[in-house]
Ligand binder design. Structure first.
Ligand code: GLP
Length: 243
């Protein structure tokens, strides 16, 4: 059964989600964390950094596996997810960068890179705790609405809705990459625990369809209803359509 934790605001959402991640790392110092990008987890990552700086957390034995990366963006491109993770979390904690994994956006053959990433998930996983955001269209990672659920890491053609939603981070909508590589549903669903973060009215519809509707690949997050341990940390606006 899904647990719902109501957050008062973005900072509170960050503290609550970071508490769950911190507990995971304290209980199992060599945890494998599945990490997400986007604006939703930023306050969570900054809270983890603060606790690390206070001496409360040790990431030296933690492994991280990120959900996704844009095709064509390298580590030094400030829109790449690698760059995001380094700036918001990795550069400020004592993680061993040899234990940090994201798909390589500059791989010459993206399909081969997806196969490599899938093998890596199988080798390092299963993920102990997976952090997720949710797209306005119900996507998780970059698993876009479709007629089937994609099992494995795959190259995705981004939908116009996602390109428009992510355009705010780029100079123009045309600058948003059209393709990405994303972990598939198997990697996500094999995670032992999942914590999803969502805030704002613009997520209300996606959350409602995902958790109150039917399980449908047109709303990718709805697959989470089959997972035994999902915690949703969300504000009142994002939860406004729940009964
Ligand atoms: C992006 C990412 C997702 C993220 C989602 C929501 O496209 N690929 O992993 O969860 O969009 O982002 P945000 O938290 O900024 O709303």
């Amino acid at each position: 059964m899904m647990k719902i934790i109501v957050a008062q605001n973005g900072q509170d959402m960050g503290r609550k989600a970071a508490s769950i991640i911190a507990a995971q790392v304290v209980l199992k110092p060599d945890s494998v964390l599945g990490l997400a990008t986007g604006s939703s987890p930023v306050t969570t990552y900054r809270q983890l950094v603060e606790w690390y700086k206070n001496g409360d957390l040790d990431f030296s034995r933690v492994t991280t596996i990120n959900l996704d990366e844009y095709v064509g963006l390298g580590h030094d491109n400030d829109q790449s997810y690698f760059y995001f993770m380094r700036e918001n979390l990795f550069k400020d904690i004592n993680i061993n960068m040899d234990n940090v994994f994201l798909p390589n956006g500059l791989a010459a053959d993206p399909d081969a890179e997806c196969a490599r990433y899938e093998a890596l998930i199988a080798e390092k996983g299963p993920i102990d705790l997976q952090v997720l955001g949710i797209g306005v269209n119900g996507h998780i990672g970059f698993n876009e609405p479709d007629s089937t659920f994609e099992c494995f890491t795959h190259v995705v053609e981004l939908t116009q809705s996602t390109i428009d939603a992510n355009a705010r981070f780029f100079a123009t909508a045309d600058a948003v990459p059209k393709r990405a590589m994303s972990m598939g549903m198997q990697g996500i669903m094999q995670a032992k625990r999942i914590v999803m973060l969502a805030s704002g009215e613009q997520k209300a519809d996606a959350l409602y369809k995902a958790f109150c509707g039917k399980i449908d690949p047109a709303v990718p997050a709805s697959i989470l209803r089959l997972h035994p341990d999902v915690t949703l940390v969300a504000d009142a606006a994002a939860l406004s359509k729940f009964d």
